[in-house]
Design a protein around this ligand. Structure first.
Ligand SMILES: [Zn+2]
Length: 410
């Protein structure tokens, strides 16, 4: 179906546009891919014949006769979307409409090495085989990994034991698929920018409220990654003199007082010291997924203690957001990631910190939104990463490398 030539790269460019913006016209596609209308029409006709694209509803803009519009044929191709956080590796097969059609999860092997990568690749192969989906219609693998300075960072640990220059290259060779890797927070921002609350906002800070406090920065309409992809290490802003050791090796970072993991620990300590809460002494932060579910339940049922602690954490996050506002002048702050499900409990205290700490003229136009994507932001972000790269000239040439391997800082 997808061979390697110039026409193929045009086809991929069209598929990319239709993935990110379903229901656009031939003229719009032609403009975006910078090819003539006759050529774009020809490419669309071929994609229609190949059942990759279908005609959508009439275009909604302009007067008079509405132009034909196009959408991707559902389930005509898929992406493998992988999220590797501090605790779990989750693999999903995602359709070109961002729908999960199969998934698996397992604990990542600590101290990972090539053997672990081979095992990982086998898990991906198994998922593809079990799904019954032909591998030839899987475009590639997008991997979202936890941040660069987390001591449990999968990418960092992997790189330590690797003789290969690039983890992406290694996995790509194993799977015979293009592989792209980026940080979870950048990909959450990409998902929000392309499909969520940050859509059409060109200067937006996307907070990934998760085990740590991630930040993806959209500046001038692009994800900003900095000199060596370290931009956005929001969790490690040195805001405290608390002598609490952070996962990065420093003390006093924002996450030592305000991450979801710290929130869990504070809840456990509070309950043990006699604070009243719906949560009882069985509350166990060592099972974070379950513990987070209990926190959500308690907050939504009005548990005063839990709501107070979320508000305290929100204020500290708001101190960091105030710095971002002064430095970067965004127009929007999006609360995304798993914590967004209880976003209304964070947002008021973050807003209070902004009101209290920011120069009014800079802060007055800054809006805050709570994402509706929750966990799915990571999965959609990793899928979108592959689709972002689909028309790059290197897409057909394995192995693919999106980012430089992250060096280990000791
Ligand atoms: Zn830190």
């Amino acid at each position: 179906m997808l061979g390697g030539n110039k026409k193929l790269s045009y086809k991929k460019a069209v598929l990319k546009q239709l993935y990110f913006d379903a229901g656009i016209s031939c003229a719009e596609i032609s403009h975006r891919i910078n090819r003539s209308i006759p050529l774009t029409t020809r490419i669309l006709d071929e994609l229609l014949n190949e059942n990759l694209v279908m005609e959508g509803g009439p275009g909604s803009t302009g007067l008079g006769r509405k132009p034909k519009t196009y959408v991707l044929q559902e389930n005509s191709f898929f992406v493998v979307s992988v999220v590797i956080d501090q605790f779990l590796t989750r693999i999903h097969l995602v359709s070109n409409q961002n729908k999960k059609v199969a998934s698996a999860q397992f604990e990542w092997v600590p101290g990972s090495n090539e053997e672990a990568l081979v095992l990982f690749s086998q898990r991906v192969e198994e998922l593809i085989a079990d799904s019954g989906i032909d591998k030839s219609i899987i475009l590639g693998v997008g991997m979202a990994v936890s941040g660069a300075f987390d001591s449990t960072n999968a990418l960092g640990l992997l790189y330590q034991g690797m003789s290969e220059k690039s983890i992406a290259q290694f996995i790509s060779r194993q799977l015979q698929l293009p592989v792209f890797i980026d940080t979870i927070s950048s990909l959450v921002a990409l998902a929000e920018f392309r499909f969520g609350k940050a859509n059409r906002h060109h200067n937006t800070m996307v907070l990934n409220l998760s085990w740590d406090i991630g930040l993806g920065m959209i500046l001038n309409g692009e994800i900003f990654r900095g000199h060596k992809y370290y931009a956005g290490e929001f969790s490690h802003l040195p805001l405290f003199e608390n002598n609490k050791l952070c996962t990065c090796g420093k003390t006093g970072c924002l996450e030592t007082e305000a991450s979801v993991l710290v929130l869990m620990e504070k809840i456990r300590e509070g309950i043990q010291s006699g604070r009243n809460s719906i949560l009882n002494n069985d509350f166990d932060p060592t099972d974070p997924e379950r513990a987070f579910g209990l926190i959500v339940h308690a907050a939504l049922h009005g548990d005063q203690f839990v709501i107070e602690l979320i508000a305290d954490a929100g204020y500290q996050i708001g101190r960091g957001v105030a710095i971002l506002i002064h430095l970067l002048n965004p127009d929007l702050i999006v609360l995304s990631g798993r914590g967004a499900i209880i976003g209304k409990f964070w947002i008021t205290s973050i807003q209070y910190a902004i009101n209290r700490l920011c120069i009014p003229a800079i802060a007055e136009d800054v809006k805050m939104e709570i994402s509706q994507m929750n966990y799915n932001a990571e999965i959609i972000g990793a899928t979108a990463l592959v689709m972002e790269k689909i028309d790059s000239t290197s897409f057909d040439q394995y192995p693919i490398k999106l980012i430089e391997p992250i060096p280990i800082h000791t």
